[in-house]
Design a protein around this ligand. Structure first.
Ligand code: HEM
Length: 481
């Protein structure tokens, strides 16, 4: 038919030979893409090297791609990072759409992210949060300024490592450095992914770094799995022991994931390692960065801080600590967290999706194997969605509406939405809320001497998870009875 002759791509900027529009991304691609979308529209096409990329920048468009036509956009592009640091896409986050990914995702959702499992780890979170609070209390007594970002990072690492791997930071390995490097490499705009002819040159030096870190990761995971297998042998059973993610995945290894289907899938040791690595990277920086962004906004907005402390005082009181069971009653806390995710989504462009078949959307033709980027950062700062005070941190905007952040309201999707939406949503959200509540309930916070709220540096560092570029420094004073 004439269909193929009259392909109508979404509008977009002119592109250069070879690199396409790559040069337009800059250091903060979410901001550059917002600028372009203002000119070309909320469904826009650009070329990243040879890869046709569709950039989605409005709630309505996001709904079309992540809900209405979810199945067609539920795949992931094959990128170099997933070859090296996801064991050749054998995990979950970077796997293409298909039976393997579906089974793994279902298994993880049932076994690792179910409400019961989140509950099982509540004492662990409490324990590690307790360690942090004691450190801060000591610092408060000494009257000094603390590196809040640093402390929250360490706590979140310890929670994650204990939950996923069953161990704390480890003298044998620099887990933090490994995870940070993995995360950086997974999020980088890698020229080799867009201009294959340049792969061998490794202009950015990323391939070399990936090879190096993948080796270290493998040694680390092998060691940890060995330890678990050893323990399982000697204790013959799991008497009363909390099962970490390694235990759960090992118990499922080599069993059919889908016994009733024609083509049966299994998890082997490599799959287990790849999934563990996904979980480590997905869980570590995201929650910690979100907490730092929220606390920074509270320090910039003393009115909001006071109001949140007032809520905690009313609901919880001043003679005990906040518990996770209090969270559903803390309405203002939940608004503060939403508002913080609106302005500072830690996954500003989600993880790239890929289209599976040719499809027409909103009058445009989207070819198969296009890369799809959803700019949720831009959606969060669109005045036509949020009204004129869009740049202002104002939690009360959520007061008389039901806008939620779980993926049903497309103006606020910090965890994505649909089939590829974040499976760790409940876990991540619980961690962010309880840590923020405790920090604000236990302490008053002051900026370093001489710094005014409006002086607090809010610049961003782009990555697969976007953190605050400068560490948050502040002075705590203990305030509970
Ligand atoms: C505040 C915390 C978190 C935020 C804001 C967040 C956000 C996101 C986002 C935006 C995506 C991509 C969605 C898409 O591509 O459409 C994602 C995917 C994912 N997240 Fe999270 N996340 C958080 C915490 C966690 C935690 C704690 C875990 C696990 C322990 C986790 C595991 C994953 C996995 C495995 C994926 C890939 C899912 C797939 O491709 O099927 N996340 N997350």
């Amino acid at each position: 038919s004439s269909k193929s002759k009259h392909k109508k791509l979404p509008p977009g900027p002119r592109s250069l030979p070879i690199i396409g529009n790559l040069h337009m991304l800059g250091n903060l691609p979410h901001r550059s893409l917002q600028g372009l979308a203002k000119k070309y529209g909320h469904i826009m096409s650009i070329r990243l090297g040879s890869v046709l990329t569709i950039v989605v920048s409005s709630p309505k468009a996001a709904e079309l791609f992540l809900k209405t036509h979810d199945t067609n956009f539920a795949s992931r592009p094959k990128i170099q990072a997933s070859e090296y640091i996801s064991y050749g896409t054998k995990g979950m986050a970077f796997s293409e759409y298909g039976p393997y990914w579906r089974h793994v995702r279902k298994l993880c959702t049932l076994q690792l992210f179910c409400p019961a499992k989140i509950e099982v780890f509540a004492p662990l979170r409490k324990d590690e949060l307790g360690v942090l609070l004691r450190k801060l209390k000591k610092a408060a007594e000494e009257g000094g300024v603390v590196d809040v970002s640093g402390h929250i990072g360490v706590m979140n690492e310890d929670i994650t490592y204990r939950m996923v791997l069953g161990c704390k930071r480890d003298d044998r390995f620099d887990l933090k450095a490994i995870v940070e490097e993995t995360f950086f490499l997974a999020g980088a705009f890698n020229i080799s992914d867009f201009v294959p002819s340049l792969t061998a040159l490794d202009i950015q030096g990323l391939t070399k770094r990936m090879k190096k870190v993948s080796k270290t990761i493998d040694q680390l995971l092998e060691k940890i799995i060995d330890d678990h297998e050893q323990v399982a042998k000697t204790t013959s059973g799991k008497q009363g022991k909390h099962e970490d993610f390694v235990d759960v995945l090992l118990s499922l290894m080599n069993q059919p994931l889908n016994p009733n289907d024609e083509q049966v899938h299994f998890l082997d040791r490599t799959n287990v390692k790849a999934i563990l690595l996904d979980m480590l990277t997905a869980a570590s920086d995201t929650s910690a960065s979100s907490i730092v962004w929220s606390l920074s906004e509270l320090l910039r907005h003393p009115r909001v801080m006071k109001k949140l402390q007032k809520e905690l005082q009313t609901v919880v009181g001043m003679d005990r600590m906040v518990e996770e069971t209090d969270l559903p009653k803390l309405d203002y806390l939940s608004m503060v967290v939403k508002e913080s995710f609106r302005l500072h989504p830690v996954g500003p462009l989600l993880i790239p999706h890929e289209s599976i078949e040719d499809i027409a959307i909103d009058g445009y033709d989207i070819p198969k194997k296009s890369r799809i980027i959803v700019n949720i950062w831009s959606i969060g700062r669109d005045p036509s969605v949020w009204s004129e005070n869009v740049e202002e941190f104002y939690p009360e905007r959520f007061m008389n509406n039901n806008i939620d952040l779980r993926g049903h309201d497309f103006q606020l999707i910090p965890f994505g939405s649909g089939r590829r939406g974040c499976p760790g949503l409940q876990l991540g959200l619980t961690t962010v809320r309880i840590v923020l509540a405790q920090l604000v309930h236990c302490f008053n916070w002051e900026l370093p001497t001489g710094m005014l709220p409006q002086d607090l540096d809010m610049s961003e560092k782009f990555g697969l998870s976007m953190s605050k570029a400068k560490h948050l420094l502040a002075k705590p004073t203990y305030r509970l009875l």
